[in-house]
Each structure stands twice: as structure tokens, then as C-alpha cells.
Design a protein around this ligand. Structure first.
Ligand SMILES: Cc1cc2nc3c(=O)[nH]c(=O)nc-3n(C[C@H](O)[C@H](O)[C@H](O)COP(=O)(O)OP(=O)(O)OC[C@H]3O[C@@H](n4cnc5c(N)ncnc54)[C@H](O)[C@@H]3O)c2cc1C
Length: 472
């Protein structure tokens, strides 16, 4: 049905689809014990009909199916868990790589699930359009993966989170095809698109996504500011968010993250910059990156208002070099992980979001929990997604790796952070639930919420073949 050449059973192909890209995935892959499950086969369908046909065969033979997009999950979302099944396949969507249609009048484009971030932008640019979804995993992650995980891109303040962009979704399910989304807004009961988005491959395989698109920006302007400390920085971002003055990219680093940027960014004249900031009363700076995209007129107008409000909040303008340096290095951070691992360092990230009234307490609690679990560690934090009501918090942690038990070391630290988060913030602002956050889901949505998700799953996937062991 998909052709023998599109069913792979060789070890390299199966191993390549066995894990995502979390620190634990990387550590396990490096370990000689290689202690992680591997799919029995990799199947590469070419289109939605082939995806549907593969699911029907998997129902018939009771085979588990792990949808695989870019494989950038950092929560165990693509782990080849079997659940109660004796066999499991990785269903790689990479061949679903087409721009299906463009409705320029409605500004909607339909993309197949396997299209990666850069290719989506390339295909849309041919029509003078952009999606504007640029997460840090942009280069590898796919349209289907973004939808399945409720992804948030770095320009979410301007373009919205991925779920804000989705106008419709097409799924293949064990019960048959399912299409959702016929109008820009609807009061026809609960919005079932929102059930599909974030379903992490447990309710169906997303084969196509209809997306709100925008004219490709004529101008991109990125610049940097410095705030005198975290509290002042968070207050400035809250002020922007609550006065509709956020730039498309709005990213506030805490003091520790700023110090690391200052130490590592060769493009910045650090000593001169420190003197300049100190002269303006900013001794321990927190950098704020702001970036606008759009027409020259729109960018100028919005930039003026953001700048006016930032000045009133005590921000000192650092200039274009800082903004551009961040923009050019925006995908580089994760590439350094292998080097750090080689040096015996444990390096991982985690994220959450909370209402403004809880943001500071949550940041303190997570830092304290990580410090108690890890001992000496560098713990950096930034806000990269801001809303009128609150903000995300993203932590980057570096510490000496416990060579005797590197997996246990991080699992204990992550559990401590999750315990600190539960009740105050969300267990995931954009990394999704997967395996790692599943134990904390009921604290957020209640045991009844988990039951509702399980009931939805048993309606569309009665024999439980889809992504065993994830989400619920
Ligand atoms: C370095 C790095 C940086 C990251 N930065 C960000 C960021 O800035 N913002 C952000 O939101 N996330 C980020 N992530 C997390 C990750 O990239 C996102 O979760 C992304 O949306 C996953 O897309 P993917 O195509 O790689 O999906 P995969 O990793 O392949 O899959 C993720 C989950 O979705 C399911 N799935 C995938 N495709 C489909 C489909 N077509 N139908 C149904 N289910 C499917 C999988 O089964 C799995 O459960 C980052 C990850 C890394 C490694």
C-alpha cells in the first residue's frame, strides 16, 4: 500500500525514530546500555489516504502507532512505547510535504503535516505570505507536530501561538477520517479543533492543517533594551502586554541569563556596554529583546509606542546590535548541547506559565526546587511569551553531570520542579505532556478532565493503538 521501500526495518532507521531530543534522550542514546524502546518498523505514507489505510491495518493487527514529525519532542512524545501492544511502528509523516492550497482572499493556507518550518515559509513566500511560527526547533519540527503539541513560536506575541493560527484540521483516526473547521468562528458546540490540537497523536494522525497566514513582512526590526533587574523587567513586559504594546518578539532574560549572554556574545562590546549601562543606573542588567515584523509604516508606529512605554518603565535602549545578534543566533543554543555533554555537563530546559500575580513566586519556587535537588547549578530564566494575564517562564539549567546516575539526577530535579509548578502554573506552556508531564496532568485539569480525554480517546481509538503511554 505504501510500497515496500517505504517500510523500513533496518536498525539505523528504527533507532533514528526511537526518541526525541530531550537531555534524557541524548544521555540514553550515548549510553552503551542504550536503554530505550525502539519501534519494530518505520512506515512512511505519502498522503492522507495512505495514512488512513495504514491505521486500518494497524487496527486489524493490533499494532501500536507512534506518529513521528520532526522528532524534536522534549517530553518523550515519540518514545516507542508499546502499552498493551506487542508491536509498534513509527509513522513518519515526512512524505506529507505539500502546500495543498492557498485561499489568498481568506488568508488561509492548507499545509500537509510533514512540512518542516523552513519549507513551510519557503512555500508560503512563493505566494507573498508567511506563517510567522518560529519556535527554537523551527529547522526540524513539522506542521503536524506544531499542531499536535500546541507549540508556541518565538514571535507568539505578534503572530499568536500555533493553535491561534489553526483554522481547520484533517485527521486520520482508527474510526475513519475526521475534518474539523468550516468557518472563522462557530457556536456549534465546543470547539473540537481544540481537542485535536494538543492531542499529541493520541486521538488521530493529523494529516493536513489549514492555517491563518499573513502577508510576508517587508521590514524586520530587532533591538535590545536593558532593565535594572528582574522585577523591573517583568513589570515592563506586563505593562506592554496590558497596553497592547508588545513587540512581535518580546523576550526578557533574567540577570543570570543576561550575564551568560554578555560572556558569550563576541559581537557585543561588553566592557563598554557595562560602563554605558552603569552610567544609567543599570548595574545588574536584564536584557529585553524586542522585534517587530510587518510593513514599514506598521513597524515604525508600533515600535514608537513600545519604546515610549519601555522608557517610562526605566528601560535603557541598548540598540540594534543586541537584537540582531539574538535573531541570528536564535537556533544556535541547542546545538551546543552535545559539546556541553562531552564536557560532563548536565544541560536541560523546562518551561511553565502563570498569571502575572504568580510569576515571581513561581520563578523563585522553581529555582529553589532545582537548587535543592541539584546542589550548585547555573539556573537561567526568561520570559519569551507574554499575555495580558500572565507570562511563560523558561528555565535553562546547567550543572555537573552525576556520571554514576545521570538519568536519575535529572529525573529527580525535574520532579522537584514539576512539584513546585503544580498548583501555581501550567505543567507545560508549549512543550506538551508526552510521557514526562503525564503524572502531573490531573493536578492541572482534574481527574475528571483526564477521564474526559480518555473517553474521547476510546471514541476515536477504541483499541488504543495511537501513541500508547502519552498524554493520558
Ligand atoms: C532545541 C529545541 C527547541 C524547542 N523549542 C521549542 C519552542 O520554541 N516552542 C515550542 O513550542 N516547542 C519547542 N520545542 C519542542 C518541540 O519542537 C515541539 O513540541 C514541536 O512542536 C514538535 O514538532 P515535531 O514535528 O518535531 O513533533 P515530534 O517531536 O515528532 O512529535 C511531537 C508529538 O506530536 C505527535 N505528532 C507529531 N506529528 C503528528 C501528527 N502529524 N499527527 C499527530 N500527532 C503527531 C508525536 O506523536 C508526539 O507525541 C523545542 C524542542 C527542541 C529540541
Amino acid at each position: 500500500m505504501v510500497g515496500a521501500e517505504n517500510v523500513l526495518v533496518d536498525d539505523p532507521a528504527r533507532l533514528a525514530r526511537a526518541t526525541g531530543l530531550s537531555y534524557l534522550d541524548l544521555v540514553r542514546r550515548r549510553s552503551p546500555a542504550a536503554d530505550f524502546p525502539v519501534p519494530d518498523a518505520v512506515v512512511l505514507p505519502a498522503d492522507p489516504d495512505e495514512v488512513q489505510a495504514v491505521l486500518e491495518i494497524c487496527v486489524q493487527y493490533d499494532v501500536g502507532v507512534v506518529p513521528f514529525g520532526g522528532g524534536t519532542s522534549v517530553v518523550g512524545g515519540v518514545a516507542a512505547l508499546r502499552g498493551e501492544k506487542t508491536s509498534v511502528i513509527a509513522l513518519d509523516l515526512v512524505r506529507l510535504d505539500a502546500l495543498v492550497s492557498v485561499d489568498a482572499e481568506s488568508r488561509i493556507a492548507v499545509l500537509q503535516a510533514g512540512v518542516r518550518g523552513p519549507e513551510a515559509e519557503r512555500l508560503l513566500a512563493g505566494h507573498g505570505l508567511t506563517l510567522g511560527h518560529v519556535p527554537q526547533s523551527f529547522e526540524r519540527a513539522t506542521i503536524g507536530g506544531f499542531a499536535a503539541t500546541r507549540s508556541a513560536g518565538q514571535a507568539s506575541s505578534g503572530y499568536g501561538r500555533f493553535e491561534d493560527m489553526v483554522t481547520g484540521v484533517r485527521l486520520a483516526t482508527p474510526r475513519g477520517p475526521w475534518r474539523l473547521g468550516v468557518a472563522p468562528a462557530s457556536a456549534a458546540g465546543p470547539d473540537l479543533r481544540q481537542l485535536a490540537i494538543g492531542s499529541e497523536g493520541t486521538l488521530g494522525v493529523i494529516t493536513e492543517v489549514a492555517l491563518r497566514v499573513r502577508p510576508a513582512p517587508a521590514v524586520r526590526r530587532y533591538e535590545g533594551y536593558a532593565l535594572p533587574g528582574w522585577a523591573a523587567g517583568a513589570e515592563a513586559v506586563r505593562d506592554l502586554a496590558q497596553h497592547h504594546a508588545l513587540a512581535d518578539v518580546t523576550r526578557l532574560s533574567d540577570g543570570d541569563e543576561t550575564e551568560v549572554s554578555l560572556a558569550l556574545d563576541a559581537g557585543l562590546k561588553t566592557a563598554a556596554l557595562r560602563r554605558y549601562l552603569a552610567a544609567r543606573g543599570v548595574r545588574r542588567p536584564c536584557f529585553l529583546i524586542v522585534g517587530w515584523e510587518g510593513t514599514a509604516h506598521d513597524v515604525a508606529l508600533r515600535r514608537r509606542e513600545t519604546a515610549r512605554r519601555l522608557k517610562a518603565s526605566g528601560a535603557v535602549r541598548v540598540g540594534k546590535a543586541l537584537g540582531e545578534s539574538w535573531r541570528h543566533g536564535r537556533f544556535a543554543g541547542p546545538r551546543q548541547r552535545d559539546t556541553l555533554l562531552d564536557m560532563g555537563i548536565c544541560v536541560e530546559t523546562l518551561e511553565t506559565a502563570a498569571y502575572w500575580s504568580d510569576v515571581d513566586e513561581l520563578r523563585d519556587d522553581v529555582r529553589a526546587a532545582l537548587t535543592a535537588a541539584l546542589g550548585p547549578a547555573i539556573i537561567m530564566c526568561h520570559i519569551s511569551h507574554a499575555y495580558e494575564t500572565g507570562a511563560s517562564l523558561y528555565f535553562t539549567v546547567l550543572t555537573a553531570r552525576d556520571e554514576a546516575d545521570p538519568v536519575g539526577q535529572w529525573q529527580r530535579a525535574k520532579a522537584a520542579a514539576c512539584e513546585a509548578i503544580a498548583g501555581l502554573g501550567t505543567i507545560s506552556h508549549h512543550h506538551a505532556v508526552g510521557v514526562d508531564h503525564a503524572p502531573y496532568l490531573s493536578a492541572e485539569i482534574g481527574s475528571l478532565g483526564v477521564e474526559v480525554l480518555r473517553a474521547a480517546k476510546s471514541a476515536v481509538d477504541p483499541t488504543g493503538i495511537l501513541n500508547p503511554g502519552k498524554l493520558v
